[in-house]
Design a protein around this ligand. Structure first.
Ligand SMILES: [Cu+2]
Length: 317
């Protein structure tokens, strides 16, 4: 793996995937020639396409569905506070994510817009990362439970297009209001394993078997982290995926995006609901160090895991 940080582009929103050839200079060029669309206007337009889905998947669990298309999200404008199961369906042709970002009181979407329109655009460091559904390949879907407190949120996709521009800059951004609600009293999902994120490593509590699995994710680090899951091709590693990665949803011979959790702040937790196949998966964090700009995978935040087939009980048992 190439460890020269300067070769890796940390996208302007500091979330999502990186490209080794779309470096920061190119990104600045793109921004100059492609002014950021007015978030406010986009939010007003996207409000026309609101869909609210509450469909039971298991006893007591309600699912909120967002749909990613090429340049927009559709989904609810308002949710109740608490632990929410978020499902992202990707109807586009590129890989997408939905990142939940809480605005502290006194901060506005206009302030985020100004930060993104500045000379060196980046997501303001006062935005709080609550996770969300990460790296869903076209035609697929994934679900993650996240915790939401009352307040105003920005939902966006920070994954870059083929030119290295985050999808948020092409309209994949919307506002969400989270309103106070009485605690549901619903117990936390039963997890098959725990995945701890630190600066800069992943640690899984135990082996995972194929099938529908729930992984409890905890950020024990001092920085925000994410998990991008890759279904690895035969003989490939997460390192190969990084080396062969190109933005824009182009096929990568080392593997295919298979869900995950978007940026989540230290001390926060989430539950990933995965449908695992036997074989190897890669885990990657593409978030950038706020000081050096180096993507976390370049600091060692990647791991390969083996998913075992479910053992077949011996005949006659
Ligand atoms: Cu990280």
């Amino acid at each position: 793996m190439n460890r020269d940080h300067s070769l890796f582009f940390c996208n302007p929103l500091g979330t999502g995937l990186a490209s080794e050839y779309a470096h920061e200079e190119m990104s600045a060029q793109c921004l100059k020639h492609m002014p950021f669309r007015s978030l406010s206007r986009r939010l007003a337009v996207s409000a026309l396409f609101i869909t609210l889905c509450w469909s039971p998947v298991s006893v007591g669990a309600a699912v909120t569905t967002f749909i990613a298309e090429e340049n927009a999200f559709t989904g609810p404008e308002q949710l109740e506070a608490g632990r929410r199961r978020v499902r992202l369906i990707n109807r586009g042709t590129d890989v997408h994510q939905i990142q939940f970002l809480a605005l502290p009181s006194g901060k506005t979407i206009a302030a985020v817009e100004r930060a993104l329109a500045s000379r060196s655009p980046s997501l303001p460091n006062w935005l709080r990362r609550h996770g969300g559904v990460n790296s869903v390949a076209p035609g697929n879907e994934a679900s993650v439970d996240i915790e939401l407190e009352p307040g105003d949120y920005l939902l966006l996709c920070g994954i870059p297009d083929v030119a290295g521009r985050p999808h948020a800059m092409r309209g994949m951004v919307r506002a969400l209001r989270v309103v106070a609600a009485a605690p549901s009293g619903e117990p936390a999902p039963r997890a098959d394993a725990t995945l701890r994120l630190t600066d800069f490593a992943f640690a899984v509590s135990g082996p995972l078997q194929a099938g529908a699995r729930t992984v409890h994710l905890l950020n024990d680090g001092g920085q925000a982290h994410e998990v991008v899951m890759i279904r690895l091709a035969e003989g490939a590693s997460a390192r190969d995926f990084i080396e062969r990665y190109r933005p824009g949803g182009l096929l990568n011979s080392a593997g295919r995006e298979a869900g995950g959790v978007t940026g989540i702040d230290p001390g926060r937790q989430a539950f990933m609901h995965l449908d695992l196949e036997p074989g190897r998966y890669g885990l990657l964090c593409f978030l950038a160090d706020p000081v050096t700009g180096a993507p976390h995978f370049s600091r060692g935040m990647w791991m390969d895991i083996e998913v075992k087939p479910v053992p077949v009980p011996p005949e006659g048992s």
